[in-house]
Design a binder for this molecule. Structure first.
Ligand code: PMP
Length: 354
């Protein structure tokens, strides 16, 4: 007789960044936005009586709002519970050929977890020495491609022409471009502009970073209608009501406040550029960032030591003890005040300078 224990799906789960219970910390470890959602979200009236009813399974209000925002047809938009949900659904929908899917060796660490969960074979492609994605690495036979742009945790942007080489070179499989951080990149970097020309391209976005709504869990994908219809079919075979009423309501309100969105994204970019300059002055190597975080290492002081000492001071960074990146710190861009405190800490407590 077989025990149920032999029939359990074996998974090595993704480890999310720490969410400390203490209030008085500088939390720069999960790429959250320091500014909070728009006033339009804060002042949005939620009709609590409506919570007794199921939400719209198609989340049409949010889908239509996003379609208008991105100048696409509503049938080209898929919404989900954070981009993690959207990405997981896309893996389940599109990566079924039995051939290995391709993604970078240094990348979002959830990709191998979903691949294992769904029993999708995968092969990682090494980033170059300076942590660039090399498009020609993705032109071999494969069952699909997925990569973040800008990449995480490196923060490096792959120029749109290079993204297009990967999409154009893989007409028979789906290429997923995970644009969680694209709003912090120069304008014109998004693969959404390629969608008219490629039926195999899926662009995934989130409200967690640039829209400062990680706590609400909203993500979406845009692609040609046929791709989106395939994802809908899988979603409705899994859970019809993924988007709850508050998410639909607050999500729409956020998209309607473009001025606040631009202002806060602009502030984060300005702070990022200042912080990068300060880090370099302290002897850090910083990869050019197109995201709301930087990836940095120091020649003399090990990243793990800085990570540990910062934590003792109530400053949280993200550290990955992984090959090639175990001497790097990933530091989210917070407010100017928070980043000044970080520079003071690094100057005094790590570099022992005055
Ligand atoms: N993609 C990348 C590259 C990320 O860093 C994250 C954040 N952990 C996500 C997707 C998922 O974000 P969310 O589920 O909050 O939309």
């Amino acid at each position: 007789m077989m025990s149920w224990k032999e029939c359990v799906r074996q998974v090595e789960p993704y480890t999310p960044g720490e969410q400390p219970k203490e209030q008085n910390v500088i939390k720069l470890n999960t790429n959250e936005n320091p500014y909070g959602p728009s006033e339009k979200v804060r002042h949005c009236e939620m009709d609590y009586d409506l919570l007794r009813k199921y939400p719209d399974p198609a989340a049409s209000d949010l889908v239509n709002t996003l379609a208008e925002y991105h100048h696409v047809d509503p049938a080209q938009v898929f919404v989900g519970v954070g981009s993690d949900d959207v990405l997981a659904m896309a893996f389940l929908t599109f990566f079924n050929s039995g051939r290995p899917i391709l993604f970078p060796d240094i990348s979002y660490s959830f990709y191998p977890v979903w691949a294992e969960l769904y029993k999708i074979p995968f092969e990682t492609q090494a980033l170059t020495e300076d942590f660039r994605i090399e498009p020609s690495d993705y032109l071999k036979e494969n069952g699909g491609v997925v990569f973040p742009n800008p990449n995480a945790p490196t923060a490096r942007l792959l120029p749109l022409e290079e993204v297009e080489k990967i999409v154009a070179g893989n007409p028979d499989v789906v290429v997923i471009v995970d644009e969680a951080y694209i709003d912090f990149a120069p304008e014109g970097s998004s693969a959404i502009s390629l969608l008219d020309r490629y039926d195999n391209l899926l662009v995934v976005r989130t409200f967690s970073k640039s829209r400062s709504m990680a706590g609400l869990r909203i993500g979406y994908a845009i692609g040609q209608k046929e791709l989106i219809a395939c994802m809908q079919a899988v979603k409705y075979s899994f859970n019809s009501y993924t988007m709850n009423r508050p998410s639909i309501l607050y999500g729409c309100a956020s998209v309607e406040d473009e001025a606040y969105f631009r202002e806060t994204v602009g502030k984060i970019i300005t702070t990022r550029e200042w912080f990068t300059k300060e880090l370099k002055a302290l002897g850090f190597d910083v990869i050019p960032s197109a995201a709301n975080f930087v990836f940095a290492s120091h020649k003399e002081v090990p990243a793990e030591e800085i990570f540990r000492k910062a934590r003792e001071r109530g400053i949280f960074f993200r550290y990955f003890k992984l090959p090639r990146i175990d001497n790097f710190l990933r530091i989210t861009i917070g407010t100017d005040e928070e980043m000044k405190t970080v520079i003071d800490f690094l100057t005094l407590d790590i570099m022992h300078k005055k």
